[in-house]
Design a binder for this molecule. Sequence first.
Ligand code: SF4
Ligand code: SF4
Length: 205
Amino acid sequence: MHPIEMLTEIYSDFENSVSEFKKSAACKIGCAYCCIYVGNVDITTMEGIVIQNRMESFEKKLKAKIRRKLDKNKAERERGILAKCAFLKEDNTCRIYDIRPFSCRRIYSIKQCNQNQPVVHRQAIELADYTISKMQQIDDTGYSGHMSFILYLLDKSGFRKAYLGGKFNPGKIMNFGKGHGIIINRFVKPKSLSFNNNLELPHLL
Ligand code: SF4
Ligand code: SF4
């Protein structure tokens, strides 16, 4: 199976596992607090390739606009500011919803966030961490980090070419990686679940 198909399958396994929990979610279209202030939108390199490929289909002006927003995101994150996602449209909907990364897929809240952190079932958090571990395992020559940092790396033709060619050379990005909290997927210890996946009554945080 192609790695991107494996990624899609991992997304859908997660969706199936948390579908009972999400039934009580307060999320609705246009509610985008989680795309602006909550935490990090981190991605794996494989997800970065999927996003980059989508950006290639944007018309020139839009592509340039998104690139400017990603540069701004990168500068803001470097200063420790929670950045508004570059793919959030003016109407607070997602420009790349169908291919959004897992960081966005894992988030829901049973209470409207309104300046607060999302309220998520404890098992869903564990399932999400387990899912990230699976994504990192199938992206064994890749990295994880803030979306603007991973896309910045992938914009460098040498890095992209080496990654797509299956080469693994973390030394080449060591300085950038250290300064930007980049995770080397291969060195992350795989996670397992502490409960069996037959969902019982949901537990809240
Ligand atoms: S997680 Fe929170 S901010 Fe995001 S859509 Fe759900 S309720 Fe809205
Ligand atoms: S990719 Fe889409 S869903 Fe994810 S943070 Fe950005 S706008 Fe929100």
